[in-house]
Design a protein around this ligand. Sequence first.
Ligand code: ADE
Length: 425
Amino acid sequence: MSKVKDPKLAGNGEKELDWARGRMPMLASIRARFEKEKPLKGLSIGTCLHLEKKTGVLLETLKAGGANVFAASCNPLTTDDSVAAALAKNGINVFAWAGQSNEEYYANINSVLDGKPNAVIDDGCDQIFALHKNRRELLPNIRGGCEETTTGITRLKAMEKDGKLEFPVIAVNNAYSKYLFDNRFGTGQSTLDGIMRATNVLLAGKTVVVVGFGWCGRGIADRLRGLGANVVVVEISDRIRKGEPSGLHKALEALYSGYRVMDISSAAKVGDVFITATGCRNAIGSEHLKLMKSGAILANSGHFDNEIDKEYLAGQGKRREIKTNLEEFVMKDGRKLYLLSEGRLVNLSQPTGQGHPIEIMDGSFAIQALSLEYLLKNKLKHGVHDVPLEIDDKVAGMALESNGIRLPSLTKEQLDYLSSWEEGT
Ligand code: ADE
């Protein structure tokens, strides 16, 4: 039992899935092992992920491991309807379509939870939050979860701090093999891909403001530079997470990387295109929207649609839809501002956003599959856990191997050298 936009789209979805399957060697090898060993036999797995072709390959891998898989999308706009139809045909329980209302979105998460999951996989923590808030009767059944993204981990850590997280969750995002590549190279390429497909504008020569210089912002800025944009980086002075550099450090890194660095009010006056990647609300607020040039294009690459004050745009501006994922707001003073994908994830909003490149998601979802297996084989305490380093290294090694690269280990002599405190000779 599934609920998708149109089951007749399954044929197209199957071709999309096939294209991805052929380019995801890490998931293919995990799938082959899962088929033999059935580590998920008899378990129900609830997933709340951007439901596109690469996610489909992950879900098939879990099914091959013996799981009964239930899938909702973690964002109302990011389901590829043809892929959803194909997955439903192939025996995954899918509750997702592109363009869900807020009510439909939460109803679909509830339908996934009706599958009585033994474990969950989230991107953004909405399913885990729904479990703790509205479906507490299911908690005793849950052995744990995995979380894909920075925003989800931030929410989970807050739950943990308040003593409210009632099962173990593996922070997949925090694996080196995830954030160093997915957040940087994945977001860098997919964000610009989404903007270019929605607008068809030239980025070379434009002043493009990147708001937030975390791993995603770094990736976006790097790719923009490659395209010939004039990049301005915006940061704040605070430290968001303990153990990480503050906004001051990130701003300095951006400056030394050759970017112009400004506060958001200064940048608002000069930008042609704005891209938010902060994970925080109102990174571009009404006071900044008031300063922007007519014609400015606004896009968000952060998980939630609260980084750009779109309520202000809707309240002040006369709205016209130019096409899917491209809205014009004519402000009272005559300026025209353009918002992409309703301020939701520009790199995944269908049909202009396709998500990260396939090879990147092969790595990220390999960590998901292996972390889920680890979680189910080991009894972890309630709380947020790092991905074990063996899994992290294994995935980096597999990614290199899929590029034809194999690296040697240190020799015994070198190991001894590195562990000695005597004078180096
Ligand atoms: N495809 C599936 N999940 C994704 C994610 N979190 N980011 C980008 N592309 C994706």
